[in-house]
Design a protein around this ligand. Structure first.
Ligand SMILES: O=C(O)CCC(=O)C(=O)O
Length: 250
């Protein structure tokens, strides 16, 4: 059973426990000693080939404020032209079940469904989150993918993030605001009918203001998804900060 403590939910009013609720399949090590800054400790989530750290990055008041600013300032792709609003599945195009947009350094390009895009230029609220992650983790990022889920009907299917575009072995920093949602990792050997072994999925709950650091080699062996949760009525915004390779332009 997984708990999502009230303190982390949008509009929640303070609970006593902090941190990730690593569920079935995941080893949840005792938290490392609290950092001197008084920040909540990191929780290490480990399994074979899975290497993640989780903690609350923003307190409730700051997370509420950032969520509000993201709602006001982030401009999602609208589905005009060839932006990332459609998915090609079994020969048919579908609208993606969420809103998406990318921001990043001006010289970057990335490819989605075979089409090359440039990210939108950074805006102050995104700089603020990116710089806070850098301060806390020592990792810098040049690109962010933002997903907005209007309620529990919006979701993202099982996938791995495309490593060809990422700096090899660089971590992905996933920051969440708004509704607390389940997040599931599944090992590549234990997916679907062709599974070659049974490994339990690892289920987390990503709280309001939280940071999940997905470190090498997690993305090599483990797929991740944000499943439908019909009982969730509130919106959620997730930002995955990445280090995308810069390719010399011709
Ligand atoms: O919304 C989330 O937590 C997951 C987003 C995701 O899977 C991705 O950006 O690749």
């Amino acid at each position: 059973p997984l708990l999502c403590y009230k303190r982390h939910q949008l509009g929640g009013r303070g609970g006593k426990k902090e941190g990730a609720q690593a569920g079935e399949g995941g080893e949840r090590r005792p938290p490392s000693p609290a950092p001197p800054s008084g920040q909540p400790p990191w929780q290490e989530i480990r399994a074979e080939g899975l290497n993640c750290d989780y903690r609350l990055l923003f307190g409730k008041a700051e997370a509420d404020e950032i969520f509000q600013r993201l709602e006001e300032e982030v401009e999602y792709f609208k589905g005009k032209g060839r932006e990332m609003t459609k998915l090609h599945v079994f020969g048919k195009w579908h609208d993606i079940p969420r809103k998406q947009v990318t921001y990043g350094d001006p010289e970057l390009t990335y490819t989605y469904s075979g089409v090359t895009f440039s990210p939108k230029p950074w805006i102050p609220v995104l700089n603020r989150i990116r710089d806070r992650i850098a301060l806390d983790t020592g990792h810098t990022f040049n690109f962010v993918l933002i997903n907005r889920y209007k309620d529990g009907g919006d979701h993202i299917g099982e996938h791995r993030d495309d490593e060809r575009e990422l700096v090899p072995r660089s971590p992905i920093a996933s920051v969440s605001f708004g509704a607390c949602r389940d997040f599931v990792f599944r090992h590549c050997d234990s997916r679907g009918k062709n599974a070659t072994r049974h490994m339990k999925p690892i289920k987390l709950q990503l709280a309001h203001g939280s940071l999940l650091m997905m470190k090498y080699p997690t993305n090599v062996y483990w797929y991740h998804s944000l499943p439908i949760r019909k009982r969730v009525l509130a919106p959620r915004i997730n930002l995955t900060f990445r280090k995308v390779m810069t390719v010399a332009k011709k």
